[in-house]
Design a protein around this ligand. Structure first.
Ligand code: PEP
Length: 217
């Protein structure tokens, strides 16, 4: 069984998210859906049995005067068991630093949410130093592959997954390493067939009903 995480980014509002959510059936793979914050409550109601719910972002603080932020505790209230942390779009467009990503990880772990930590190279794993983690999903997402239609070769993907596991695995009880970056129906099978790869994080291709259905078949 492999893991398929759908990151709907800021593509879908409540209505479209619910429409997609209603069509997701948990098949042979485990599925986690990460809608926008506003759609989470309605998507939760619409999701079928066995499909898990995640968020795309979280605050590094538990509460306080932080206009517009959403805390890990609030995500727990909404029924989110997972959250994406350190996505390259946030690092790039919202100036999220390694320091902030590490603080977010700590906030999430304190509430027993499972982080989906996005890294584009091995150096970004240093934020894991000295953190005690039971469950972690690391998504290897080369920045140049996100939303570009380009992917590394299968050998490169396998090699990076091995390296990530070797570097991050020691202090983590349950580690899953997944690939993200222009995963589509046409390359999904080959990527999931790699024994080093525990699953995939899919952005664009998970946001339309026709391609999502093919991905989940
Ligand atoms: C992502 O959002 O993490 C991602 C991998 O996007 P895309 O599949 O569109 O490249």
């Amino acid at each position: 069984m492999k893991l398929i995480i759908a990151n709907w980014k800021m593509y879908l509002g409540v209505k479209d998210s619910v429409r997609l959510a209603k069509n997701i059936v948990a098949g042979k793979n485990q599925v986690i859906v990460c809608p926008s914050f506003v759609a989470i409550p309605e998507v939760k109601k619409a999701l079928g049995k066995g499909v898990k719910l995640g968020a795309q972002n979280v605050s590094w603080q538990e509460s306080g005067a932080l206009t517009g932020e959403v805390s890990a505790g609030m995500l727990v209230e909404l029924g989110c068991r997972y959250v994406i942390v350190g996505h390259s779009e946030r690092r790039r467009f919202l100036a999220e630093s390694d320091f902030v990503v590490r603080e977010k990880l700590k906030a999430v772990l304190a509430k027993k949410i499972i982080p989906i930590l996005c890294v584009s190279d091995l150096s970004e794993l240093k934020i894991l130093n000295q953190l005690v983690i039971n469950d972690l999903i690391v998504a290897y997402e080369p920045v140049w592959a996100i939303g570009t239609g380009k992917t590394p070769t299968m050998e490169e993907i396998a090699d990076m997954h091995k390296k990530i596991r070797a570097r991050a695995g020691k202090s983590i009880k349950k580690l899953l390493v997944i690939y993200g970056g222009s995963v589509e129906e046409k390359n999904l099978k080959n990527i999931l067939a790699l024994p080093e790869v525990d699953g995939v994080l899919i952005g664009g291709a998970s946001t339309t009903l026709s391609s999502l259905k093919k991905i989940l078949q």
